[in-house]
Design a protein around this ligand. Structure first.
Ligand SMILES: CC(C)(COP(=O)(O)OP(=O)(O)OC[C@H]1O[C@@H](n2cnc3c(N)ncnc32)[C@H](O)[C@@H]1OP(=O)(O)O)[C@@H](O)C(=O)NCCC(=O)NCCS
Length: 468
């Protein structure tokens, strides 16, 4: 997706809030190399990372020049060139149920210098990013979080989780089917293009995954800084199907002491087919002289226990609320996904920041398509033709998912909920009935949460397998 980072105006409210604190809110110019390097220093310091080496800086500059990058500057600081706060953002697709994608706005690199903490800088940046998301035409803003207590106040909620999957190699006897294809070792650099194509297909079949940008693939394959110890330790494998077509890849490392079996660890296993997913797992589990296998940011719904004789060989550890989302345009967001059941549901949304506030009517047809009616009279219908991308169309109700065609057998039901709760249920990873039991939402009529459970259900558990 081509994106002009300066195409979205600088949010005047964020700028004014920071100016009142004596701080400059600046959009960085990708041509200003010096400013970018100072910004990268602040970002690494903010996340407690070591300073990057020269190759790492090159990589970061490349990645950041494709984003909208903001810095907050204190001209009275000892080194005024280094920002006291950072944030970056870019438009990207987010996979939603039904093999579809919604226009999203990814927010990353949120740091505030310890010298300037708790003065409302992060708040100004976060509110600015919601305005940017809306101005860029996104329906959903999203981020991955270091702590679960920071972003709820801006209307974000956890929508897709992930876990570390640990397998005891000695107990991992495989009982799954034989795959018709085969696994090959490949050089990470040679995998670059194929990895992008496979990732596109893997992302499309998993709600909660976001479109991969070229820098994240470089990071996965160790190409961001190929001479680093971490990159040189990586081994890459590719699964080709019975026709020789690449359908999956994994990148792993083995951590070990001399003369002792080690642990095989991986951050990336991407599969466009179930065969590829199974066979890559099998390959990783059958590498010899290994005590165990540890996969990071895996799905909490991994089929692996069903592929082994001893399901207790598999442990799901560190289950985390990995993807947090914030709905900034409910009509577009709700129309972008497919629904698990037909029905009519009213959503009365409370949103102190305004973006999602109002009364919405969601009409889902039996084929999963929806028509959404918003408070401003804006309507939107899921488009039947294009499965992904910018496929939605704002228009009056079409006949096939109009109120007439939606299940009339179901009496209108509804929920009263906040923007956070809407975000939590949006991808189908959190059941509305769980939020009802927690008293986080209310039913407009009995049975509404049960209907909402069925409508918002996703055919696949939402999952995000990268940090951003
Ligand atoms: C998290 C961080 C960005 C907060 O910056 P900040 O400028 O101090 O935050 P603000 O002063 O704008 O605080 C805004 C609100 O968030 C709250 N808050 C800030 N940091 C918080 C934290 N770590 N945990 C819980 N609440 C937090 C504040 O109490 C304040 O609440 P209120 O507005 O409801 O009263 C900063 O601590 C940081 O850089 N941390 C390290 C890097 C990091 O974790 N980044 C997040 C990446 S996902």
């Amino acid at each position: 997706m081509s994106f002009d980072p300066s195409g979205v105006p600088v949010d005047p409210a964020a700028s004014a809030a920071l100016a009142r604190k004596g701080l400059d809110y600046r959009l960085l110019d990708p041509a200003d190399r010096e400013a970018f390097e100072a910004w990268i220093e602040a970002d690494h310091r903010g996340f407690h990372h070591a300073r990057p080496r020269a190759a790492g800086i090159e990589h970061e500059v490349r990645v950041m020049s494709e984003r909208r990058v903001h810095g907050v500057y204190d001209t009275t600081a000892a080194d005024p060139a280094i920002p006291v706060a950072t944030v970056s953002s870019w438009p990207t697709g987010l996979s939603v149920p039904g093999g579809r994608s919604v226009d999203g706005w990814a927010v990353s690199s949120v740091t505030v210098s310890p010298t300037h903490r708790r003065r409302g800088i992060a708040r100004a940046l976060m509110e600015g990013e919601l305005a940017n998301a809306r101005n860029a035409g996104a329906a959903v803003a999203m981020l991955t979080v270091t702590e679960a207590t920071i972003y709820g106040r801006y209307g974000y909620a956890p929508a897709a989780s992930s876990a570390t999957v640990e397998v005891d190699r000695g107990r991992s006897h495989w009982i799954g089917p034989e795959a018709p294809g085969r696994v090959h070792f490949v050089e990470p650099a040679g995998l670059r293009e194929v990895a992008a194509a496979i990732s596109r297909r893997a992302v499309a079949r998993t709600p909660g995954e976001i479109d991969r940008w070229s820098g994240v693939l470089d990071r996965m394959l160790g190409l961001a800084d190929p001479e680093s110890d971490a990159a040189r330790a990586l081994r890459a494998v590719r699964y080709d199907d019975e026709h020789g077509q690449p359908q999956g890849f994994a990148v792993y490392r083995i951590t070990r002491e001399p003369n002792h079996p080690g642990w095989l660890e991986f951050d990336a296993l991407a599969a466009a087919t179930d065969d590829a997913e199974r066979e890559l797992w099998r390959f990783l589990l059958e590498v010899d002289f290994v005590t165990g296998v540890r996969g990071y940011l895996r799905s909490v719904d991994e089929p692996l226990p069903w592929l082994l004789e001893d399901r207790r060989a598999v442990a799901f550890r560190d289950v985390v609320d990995h993807l947090w989302i914030r709905i900034v345009d409910p009509v577009a967001a709700l129309a972008a996904r497919r629904y698990g059941a037909a029905g009519e549901l009213v959503l009365e949304i409370d949103d102190p920041l305004g973006y999602a506030a109002g009364r919405y009517t969601l009409l889902a047809a039996a084929d999963g398509r929806a028509h959404v009616h918003g408070p401003g009279g804006d309507d939107e219908t899921t488009d039947a033709e294009a499965p992904r991308g910018r496929e939605r169309s704002r228009r009056a109700a079409s006949d096939d998912v109009s109120p007439r065609a939606a299940s009339r057998a179901t009496a209108p039901r509804g929920l009263r909920l906040g923007a956070r709760e809407l975000a939590a249920i949006y991808l189908g990873g959190v059941r509305p009935s769980a939020l009802l039991r927690a008293s986080r939402i209310a039913e407009l009529s009995p049975g509404s949460a049960e209907l909402a459970d069925r409508m918002f259900a996703s055919e696949r558990t939402p999952h995000l397998s990268i940090w951003f």
